[in-house]
Design a protein around this ligand. Structure first.
Ligand code: ATR
Length: 266
């Protein structure tokens, strides 16, 4: 049994134990994957105790994804670029922070749309979620990546920070015509869809929400009003889990099969 856990606060609704149980069944690799409720004040100590007692790997979720970088000695290149980590693993006895969220998004969009080469992706939102997926999308061959946000200065800051030719600011006045329109705002958690210019929907972009379940419903409704196809981020969640599972066990798993089982359960 490989001891694994997910740390967060709140944690009781995390689907990760179920997802990793599906990967374990699929691969025959036995894992003991637990939920650990970790309030801010005790998170660092709980994490240290977990690895001291033989923990082999962990997922990190809200609100610790950014802070965990300061607590660990080693940070992978992609976690450093994202400014956040969702996966911890052991290498030569040292805990390494990594980030599989962007890889999860790319895997799921590829499942839904085929290779992303040459596509124009527009992301609405300029917080941590967006920061984490910019580099993986560019590496997947996206030819244009536009970033919009309610507070435009924050989107401009991301464009400036990454300094990549394919990256541009999406202002409400510009005609955008994206192939894929991603909602990476936190608005769904307040029951709202982000306010978006009607023009951005005229080419009927494929719409994708990084949230899943109830939080994705407002954007789903908006996409339906604009006659656009829409998918929530459950596939991304399962795909980032698959990437983490492989890091911990060196075994490849089929995230689509696990996603299908999970959708049957929900
Ligand atoms: P995360 O780590 O999930 O990205 P975050 O860093 O707090 O969370 O960023 C939240 C993002 O959601 C921001 O882009 C925020 O827009 P602002 O920068 O203008 O605050 C966006 N957001 C939150 N509520 C929103 C709403 N009701 N409409 C549009 N955007 C919203």
């Amino acid at each position: 049994m490989i001891p694994l856990a997910v740390f967060g606060d709140p944690i009781e609704h995390s689907l990760s134990p179920r997802i990793h149980q599906l990967f374990a069944q699929q691969s025959g690799v036995e894992v003991d994957y637990r939920r650990i409720l970790a309030p801010e004040a005790s998170f660092a100590q709980q994490l240290a105790d977990f690895f001291a007692k033989g923990g082999q790997g962990a997922n990190i979720t809200l609100p610790h994804k950014v802070r965990v970088l300061e607590l660990m000695d080693k940070v992978s290149a992609r976690a450093a670029i994202a400014g956040a980590a969702n996966t911890l693993f052991l290498k030569d006895g040292v805990v390494v922070c990594d980030n599989t969220d962007g890889e999860g998004l790319v895997r799921d969009l590829t499942r839904l749309r085929g290779p992303l080469n040459g596509s124009h992706v527009l992301i609405m939102g300029a917080g941590g979620a967006t920061r984490g997926v910019i580099q993986p999308l560019l590496e997947a061959g996206v030819s244009k990546l536009s970033i919009g946000n309610r507070t435009l200065a924050k989107a401009q800051q991301l464009v400036t920070d990454f300094d990549k030719k394919a990256l541009q600011l999406a202002t409400p006045e510009q005609s955008m015509r994206p192939d894929i329109l991603i909602n990476a705002t936190a608005s769904g958690h307040s029951g709202l869809a982000p306010v978006l210019p009607a023009d951005w929907f005229t080419g009927h972009p494929f719409c994708y929400d990084l949230s899943y379940g109830k939080a994705a419903e407002p954007f789903h409704q908006l996409a339906a009003e604009k006659s656009c196809e829409m998918t929530d981020g459950l596939g991304m969640l399962v795909a980032q889990g698959a990437a983490s599972f492989t890091i911990w066990t060196q075994v490849e798993v089929d995230f689509v099969a696990a996603l299908t089982s999970l959708q049957g359960d929900l």
